[in-house]
Design a protein around this ligand. Structure first.
Ligand code: ADP
Length: 540
């Protein structure tokens, strides 16, 4: 008989029937089953009442065999035994995913007579227990031959369906537990602690690794204030948001905070996200935390090293520019001196002209002051810090200084900047250094060249800003181009060959790329060094 032809409980059973009442109670019990053994227990103790059968068996599929796990019968059946699926009625029921109805065990081809002859069984019904596919069966046995009305079949199949639902719930709980265990393992392996804050009552659940990371031992109750207490006061207010409903837009947050533990200062990275209830209200914040002190300190050391290298490289640049700078400063100083001398001469006969000469001298000295200030700014300590910058003003500033050196070598520098470029988030000192290195290389490549032109251009390409430094020099031979960005490769006498490798590191750390394009790519004679920077679309 197929499942479709079995009447549903609503049409098969009337509420007053005792079997139906027992079934309702059993369904309630099954709903609370936590383990497979609970399901088996419940079925064993209730199935006979529901069905009025002389015996019942709970059978589980065990590979290609039926395992008679438990029974409750007037005389022993097959508890603990296993039979091939193809040789028993519960096997047939599972393989066909159908109820097996046997009105006479000695007159049904599916019944292995040898297994049944020693028992009291004369008739039976076996219903499948399924998760997605049949996983077991419940057998109901009678000590006499009988037919089965649709009402009784409906009742038995309803029990089979309830046991199936309970089975699915147990399996779901098991796989949830397993995934929790794998999650815990993965968290441990990644040195991560996990926490969850219930926004309705502020209670906190956290893994041991999380409590350890915060330095909270078993005696202190794990509360939100106990966690925040450990965060350095300077970061506490910000960190408080990570545990609350005011997270960053998008309901996520990821930041590093200072934490005081064991008398020392640690850095922890907190990542959290808001969880919403079915009505869309924030109900929980769950997140992970990890100790990043070592990584943080290594990065700080690296940044300090990079800043120092930059400074050293700037001083070298200035050293190389010394004569150009001296010349650049001499010009306004000499001009200013001349104006002062003229003013002295004019003082008596034409005070008005003398005054004019004095103010012209003043302008020359301001020019000198500007140049010195620019040099000071260029050599400055240069603490790494990123903020939104206007790229055009940055380019103009670098070019001012670079032009001093370039003019000295008879090189002209042009600037082409696309209008309306968005702000770019960058470390000004570092990007200035990249440009300065590229410009210095270009100027050096132009020595003894008939045309000495450098063009710096900036355009937006999608979400990136592209800056190109093109010179009309000889370009690079393939051998030099091949390992161009490796440190300590220089074709210059006294060249360090670290300029381009440092430039690439800086650009990389900004999330951009730096590369070389020769005339075979650009179609123009000379060398092009191109770099990109991600545009953070902050309004200009
Ligand atoms: P350095 O300038 O100290 O040699 P870099 O890393 O800045 O170190 O440059 C490495 C080499 O790349 C240079 O020695 C030079 O041969 C070559 N190079 C760099 N820029 C250019 C350019 N614009 N034109 C031709 N060659 C260049």
């Amino acid at each position: 008989m197929s499942l479709q032809s079995v009447p549903q409980p609503s049409e098969a059973l009337k509420p007053s029937e005792p079997g139906w009442l027992s079934l309702v109670k059993t369904v309630e019990q099954l709903a609370g089953a936590a383990e497979l053994s609970d399901i088996i227990d419940i079925v064993r103790t209730t199935a006979r009442d529901i069905s009025g059968a002389d015996g019942i068996c709970f059978v589980l599929k065990d590979g290609e065999r039926c395992h008679y796990v438990d029974e409750n019968a007037i005389a022993p059946l097959w508890k603990g035994k296993r039979f091939p699926l193809s040789t028993c009625v519960s096997g047939w029921c599972m393989m066909h995913d159908q109820t097996a109805v046997v009105t006479d065990v000695f007159d049904d081809a599916r019944v292995p007579v040898d297994a049944y002859s020693p028992t009291f069984v004369k008739s039976m019904v076996v219903v499948p227990v399924r998760n997605e596919v049949p996983v077991g069966a419940i057998g109901f046995y009678w000590a006499h031959k009988r037919s089965f009305e649709k009402e009784i079949l409906g009742l038995l199949e309803a029990l089979g369906r309830s046991a199936s639902a309970a089975f699915a719930a147990v399996k779901a709980r098991e796989s949830w537990r397993e995934s929790q265990q794998s999650l815990a393992l993965a968290l441990d392996a990644g040195g991560l602690g996990a926490f969850e804050v219930d926004l309705t009552d502020g209670s906190v659940k956290a893994t041991k690794a999380c409590a350890d990371l915060f330095g909270i031992n078993g005696e202190t109750p794990l509360t939100l204030s106990a966690l925040l207490e450990k965060i350095d006061p300077a970061d506490r207010a910000e960190a408080g948001k990570v545990f609350g409903s005011e997270l960053m837009p998008g309901g996520r947050s990821d930041a590093i905070y200072r934490l005081r533990r064991d008398g020392g200062l640690r850095r922890v990275e907190l990542q959290s996200r808001l969880v919403f209830d079915p009505d869309g209200r924030p109900c929980r914040v769950s997140g992970v935390v990890r100790d990043v002190t070592e990584r943080f300190e290594a990065k700080e050391r690296l940044d300090a090293l990079m800043a120092e290298t930059l400074r050293a490289s700037r001083l070298t640049d200035l050293g190389a520019m010394a004569s150009a700078l001296a010349h650049e400063l001499n010009q306004p100083l000499a001009a200013g001196n001349n104006y002062i001398k003229a003013a002295e001469r004019l003082m008596a006969k034409d005070p008005e002209k003398a005054l004019d000469a004095m103010s012209k001298a003043g302008m020359q000295f301001v020019r000198t002051k500007d140049i010195i200030q620019r040099i000071r700014g260029f050599v400055g300590q240069g603490q790494a810090s990123r903020k939104g910058e206007n790229i055009e003003s940055l380019l103009q500033e670098v070019l001012e200084l670079a032009r001093i050196a370039a003019r000295h070598h008879g090189v002209t520098v042009h600037l082409k900047v696309e209008t309306g470029l968005p702000m770019v988030e960058l470390d000004r000192v570092q990007i200035e250094q990249v440009l300065f290195n590229l410009l210095r290389n270009a100027a050096e490549a132009l020595e003894n060249q008939p045309t000495r032109q450098v063009t710096v251009s900036a355009v937006q390409k999608g979400e990136m800003l592209e800056i190109r430094v093109h010179d009309t020099g000889p370009g690079l031979s393939p051998e030099i181009a091949e390992n161009l960005f490796m440190p300590f490769r220089s074709t210059k006498e006294g060249g360090m060959g670290v300029g381009l490798s440092l430039c690439r590191k800086i650009v990389d750390s900004h999330g951009g790329k730096l590369w070389y394009e020769g005339s075979e790519i650009t179609g123009e004679a000379g060398a092009s060094f191109v770099f990109t920077l991600p545009l953070h679309l902050t309004a200009i």
